[in-house]
Design a protein around this ligand. Structure first.
Ligand code: UD1
Length: 416
């Protein structure tokens, strides 16, 4: 079945190794399309989003092999430029292939991308900015076809910060003619990873990690071997779960320097956090009030991807609190499920108000998207009694084996 059964109540203790980053590996895999030859990507997580991305690359004619975390992609025989609808439909990152394919082949047709249902998630800005670089795009109800004889570097003054748009423009710009400026660019660590990958392959990019990226187009890139860093959102997931249950957990390889807003929030809630050279140590429940609330924001602000996990922490903290979601308009889908477990949460516009309850109780709840699903698992670990989280496939999009990882930390959890 497509579910996870959890017998709540155990404290989490021990150590877990944090997998490679999903949001870094997906654009890096797309970027291999820009390089004629074989690239090797180490520490690629074994999750369904990566599986779908590799299938997409194969359908375009790439030869893909995988041994554990090492993925080899040979793009020498790139043959097609249309993408299979089933993979595009399930994963929003398929839009990333647009910039890369246009740069490599000058032509691509695809259906509108899917992904988690956490808001409208339009792609208007992707298309508008690529048009400014010389791309002709014809849209219909299902998707669009894009063509570009050549791509031209331009100055992009964007109306808002978007991770995906920044990545797509970087991919379109590294082989374009002339200089591209992206402002304001997203500053997420995953942007820095993509830039580091491309720079190691010969791209000329400056300003990675700032809000102004300058890319000078080059004629070609060369194959490289690249290591994907650990996933800050997965690390934040296990951290939040420990804050829900109590205990002491070492998050091996957790990227402390890229988790500052989350670690700060955990400390404010009374959890002990120690950053070490090779990971982060988390100890104790989060049981202090978060007086000034929690507001999601672009990096370096608090990540929207950990909002629902901290909602669970706050629900169990014994205090009232509120969360404001500023990035996606439909990211409170977990609320009715948590209320079914006994939480007292109401949503008004972009804010969720959380009132204290004595405990959460086991229930059958539905994962409706990736991080919300992981948050339900965390809630169930701390709840009294047995829970079943259905629709596990959403969680598998981003976690290698969430039940195994929690079992290693002492939880009573199994696939169901
Ligand atoms: C990426 C991450 C996702 C994370 C999000 C914000 C990946 C694979 N996904 O998603 O985990 O939650 O950044 O940190 O890396 N928007 C438009 N028009 C567009 C593009 C975006 O209106 O053309 C809006 C979106 O609807 C959203 C906001 O811009 O409200 C920010 O989205 P964006 O930063 O683009 O998120 P993603 O790249 O989709």
């Amino acid at each position: 079945m497509d579910a996870i059964r959890i017998y709540g109540g155990n404290c989490l203790t021990g150590q877990t190794k944090i997998q490679g980053s999903k949001n870094a590996s997906l654009p890096v895999l797309a970027a291999t399309l820009l390089i004629n030859g074989t690239c090797e990507v180490e520490n690629c997580p074994n999750i369904s989003d990566v599986f779908h991305m590799l299938r997409l690359l194969e359908s375009l004619g790439c030869k893909v092999t995988r041994e554990e975390g090492l993925v080899r992609i040979d793009t020498g025989q790139l043959s097609a430029c249309d993408m299979p609808a089933d993979s595009v439909g399930v994963m929003r990152s398929s839009i990333m292939l647009l910039g890369a394919l246009l740069a490599r082949t000058g032509s691509v047709c695809m259906e509108y991308p899917g992904g988690c249902v956490i808001g409208k998630r339009p792609i208007d800005l992707h298309l508008r900015t690529l048009r400014r670089m010389g791309v002709e795009i014809v849209e219909n109800e299902e998707g669009f076809c894009a063509h570009a004889a050549s791509l031209a570097g331009v100055l992009h003054e964007l109306p808002f910060v978007s991770v995906g748009v920044t990545e797509n423009l970087i991919l379109a710009a590294v082989l374009a003619k002339g200089i591209t400026v992206i402002h304001p660019a997203a500053r997420e660590p995953e942007i820095q990873v993509l830039c580091a990958f491309l720079q190691s392959a010969g791209a000329r990019i400056s300003g990675a990690g700032t809000d102004r990226l300058v890319i000078e187009g080059v004629d070609s890139l060369h194959p490289v071997r690249f290591h994907v860093p650990a996933d800050r959102i997965v690390a934040g997931t296990y951290l939040a779960a420990c804050m829900c249950t109590g205990g002491r957990v070492f998050l091996q390889d957790a990227p402390c320097q890229h988790m500052q807003s989350v670690l700060e929030c955990a400390r404010r809630m009374g959890t002990e956090i120690i950053c070490q050279k090779d990971g982060v140590l988390v100890a104790g429940r989060g049981c202090a009030a978060l007086e000034e609330g929690l507001i999601t924001a672009c990096y370096p602000g608090f990540p929207t991807d950990l909002q629902s996990l901290f909602m669970v922490v706050m629900a169990l903290s014994g205090h009232s609190g509120w969360i404001e979601e500023t990035v996606f308009e439909n990211r409170f889908r977990i609320v009715p499920e948590l209320c079914r477990m006994g939480a007292d949460i109401t949503v008004q516009g972009a804010r969720a108000y959380i009132r204290p309850v004595n405990r959460l109780c086991g229930a059958i709840v539905e994962a409706k998207e990736l991080r919300g699903g992981a948050a339900l698992v965390a809630a169930a670990l701390a709840a009294e009694g047995t829970s079943i989280v259905t629709d596990r496939h959403y969680i598998d999009r981003g976690y290698e084996d969430i039940s195994l990882s929690f079992r290693e930390l002492g939880a009573d959890i199994e696939l169901a």
